[in-house]
Design a protein around this ligand. Structure first.
Ligand code: 13P
Length: 353
């Protein structure tokens, strides 16, 4: 929601007003932002990070009464679950959802769980990607499982496989497949759970890992042909991609990792290097500007529409509402859901400490 008067303001005036609001709120405020946020928003954050770093920050930033979270809804929800009860989490645009997170709900998860536990009894652990709704995190917490992010997924998969012979991973087929293959699990032991057309559970009996048939619409636009084209266009280039990309893309890349790992790969590349980056465009564009001594190009220029929904004017509105004593777009998670989702998130934080 944007006040009518903001439309009259120039971008510079909006940026100045945001900084003035930050000064007014002082230590009562912390602004967190994901790397995929637009530049006009990310420049005002106190902390920017990947999903794991932002979760840690939300769990540890105890001084601020208000956490304004610039990202998509599962991230703000996670902050609301991990922060202290006296803290308030505001998401400037509540409608900014992650389309992948919307691909798994509790009834579908319960149906998959029922089928897999009928096969394997309690010899299966559920793991949900951070990119999931709070209710799914709670289901996983309640059934002995944990959350993971792209930066600790291998560690959490190992944690799960120490507890049981099988894993159910949701909701990203590609991240789950990439991690399982990187851990040496053979492709024939990785099964797919199509929630829209549930498979005969007996067809999965030989699997160690079952991955949900969900996907990120940004990363799945990236193809093996894109990598081949980039390598032909930029001989000697380093290709770094996000593990939400399909396996054939990850297999052809030099590195795959979280947004933080991607940033570190660009930082580590020598001056003059060309780095082809397979992830959301706002981050790739920022890296290109921040590293003028290197050539940083997108594997494919695709932005995440919902990550891009939060504008500087939305952030200003959120801050002014807090100053007025009437915070808007407060993120709330009911107590029972928050309890079990916190269990799953804390297992992740402990296992990846
Ligand atoms: P990261 O944990 O790598 O920041 O990933 C977040 C995300 O949503 C990728 O689509």
């Amino acid at each position: 929601m944007i006040r009518e008067s903001y439309r009259e303001m120039t971008d510079v005036q909006v940026a100045e007003a945001i900084e003035a609001a930050r000064r007014t709120l002082g230590n009562d405020l912390t602004i967190l932002g994901h790397h995929y946020q637009r530049d006009d928003v990310i420049r005002h954050t106190d902390f920017r990070g990947d999903s794991l770093e932002l979760s840690r920050q939300a769990a540890e930033a105890r001084d601020a009464r208000y956490i304004v979270f610039c990202g998509v809804h599962f991230m703000a929800e996670t902050a609301a679950i991990l922060c202290a009860p006296e803290q308030t989490v505001v998401q400037p645009v509540l409608e900014a959802l992650c389309p992948m997170a919307a691909l798994a709900n509790v009834p579908d998860t319960a149906a998959a769980w029922e089928a897999l536990t009928a096969l394997w009894g309690d010899d299966v652990t559920p793991i949900t990607y951070q990119n999931s709704v709070a209710a799914v995190k709670a289901f996983v917490g309640q059934h002995g499982g944990a959350v993971c992010t792209s930066s600790n997924a291998a560690r959490i998969f190992r944690w799960g496989l120490e507890r049981s012979g099988h894993l159910l991973f949701l909701p990203d087929e590609h991240l789950g497949t990439n991690i399982a293959l990187a851990m040496g699990i053979p492709p024939e032991e990785i099964g797919v759970w199509d929630y829209a057309d549930a498979p005969d559970p007996a067809s999965l009996a030989h699997c160690r890992v079952v991955v949900w048939k969900g996907y990120c619409y940004v990363h799945t636009t990236m193809t093996a042909e894109d990598v081949a084209r980039a390598r032909a266009q930029y001989p000697g280039a380093i290709v770094v991609v996000h593990p939400e990309c399909p396996h054939e893309v990850v297999a052809l890349a030099d590195q795959a990792g979280s947004t933080r790992a991607i940033i570190e790969a660009v930082e580590a590349a020598p001056a003059g290097a060309t780095i082809v980056v397979g992830t959301e465009w706002h981050l790739v564009n920022r890296l290109a500007h921040e590293h003028p001594d290197k050539r940083v190009v997108p594997l494919r220029r695709v932005g995440c529409k919902t990550m891009g929904m939060t504008s500087a004017r939305d952030l200003l509105y959120a801050l002014e509402a807090i100053i007025a004593g009437t915070p808007q777009n407060v993120v709330r998670v009911d107590a029972d859901t928050a309890h079990w989702a916190r269990v799953a998130l804390e297992r992740m934080l402990e296992a990846s400490a």
